[in-house]
Design a protein around this ligand. Structure first.
Ligand SMILES: Nc1ncnc2c1ncn2[C@@H]1O[C@H](COP(=O)(O)OP(=O)(O)OP(=O)(O)O)[C@@H](O)[C@H]1O
Length: 267
């Protein structure tokens, strides 16, 4: 079972963001994602690595079907996700969950942990009587135990790492097949990054979750990924097993990324 992007292209229309002009990012005529192929199998962690503006988030949104493609296709188990409607689309929305960089921004400040985590259950019509048990199971799975001491807290009463765990629990509660994590640790203290990455790795193993880990940091990528795809200017310039990409980088851009990651460069 896998979620696959094939020759995906995205071109944005309209006015260009000022930051793009100032940073001399690709012009409107060019593609933010330009012919990308990427496959995410269940039970694997694939890291999508590249600098800001390289197209990682755009590709991720396409794979979650929250963004339209200009060309190519995204399929799940061989079915083009653009063709999904009604019940099938709802099932896809359950199967593919996204979590974001800043758990503080993506979590509603006034809601309590129990309601934040239960939100997806309500949307997907899980009976009220089942919700509490599933919320507890999800919080246990992300290591927020004893569960009782977290259920009634609000986001501001949690540490950054705990907030990211709540966001992950909110995705997991629907028992997805794939988790797309867009820079999930970049806002966290270095000391808690490793534990959140380990959590993603544990979930991959215990739930056979397919994790797409988006990061600008190669060190984060190789920490947990089986497969690394390096994105630059809307294209994947290199991809392969994590050990191969870091030991024998074939593309100059990958070599530059490695050189900027001293610990890996030495190793
Ligand atoms: N809604 C949009 N409208 C116009 N251009 C956009 C839009 N979203 C992204 N872009 C542009 O598309 C390109 C790729 O952006 P994208 O966010 O996918 O890259 P990224 O690698 O995820 O970067 P970051 O890590 O900064 O989010 C950039 O030039 C960006 O400014």
């Amino acid at each position: 079972m896998s979620l696959v992007a094939e020759d995906v292209r995205v071109r944005y229309g309209g006015r260009r963001p000022l930051a793009d002009v100032l940073l001399r990012r690709p012009s409107p005529g060019s593609f933010a994602v330009d012919g990308v192929r990427l496959s995410l199998a269940k039970g694997s962690v694939v890291a999508l690595v590249g600098e800001s503006g390289s197209g990682k988030s755009t590709l991720a949104r396409c794979m979650a079907r929250v963004q339209d493609l200009t060309g190519g296709r995204v399929s799940v188990d061989g079915v083009d996700v653009a063709t999904l409607r009604g019940r099938d689309l709802k099932a896809f929305r359950r199967r593919v969950q996204m979590i974001f960089q800043d758990p503080y921004e993506s979590l509603s400040p006034r809601q309590r942990v129990r309601d934040i985590v239960a939100e997806g259950l309500a949307v997907h019509g899980v009976p009220r009587a089942e919700r509490e048990e599933r919320v507890r199971a999800a919080l246990t799975a992300v290591g927020l135990t004893p569960v009782e001491s977290f259920l009634d807290r609000r986001p501001f009463e949690l540490s950054g790492g705990q907030r990211q765990r709540v966001a992950i629990a909110g995705g997991l509660v629907l028992d997805p097949d794939y988790l797309i994590a867009d820079e999930p640790v970049s806002m966290l203290d270095v000391s808690v990054r490793a534990s959140v990455l380990k959590l993603l790795d544990d979930l991959r193993e215990s739930r056979e979750l397919g994790v797409l880990l988006i990061t600008h940091d190669l060190a984060t990528a190789v920490h947990v990924a089986d497969h690394v795809a390096v994105m630059h200017g809307g294209r994947i310039v290199e991809q392969g097993p994590a050990s191969q990409v870091t030991r024998e980088p074939a593309h100059p851009y990958t070599r530059a990324l490695l050189a900027a990651t001293p610990a890996l460069d030495r190793g």
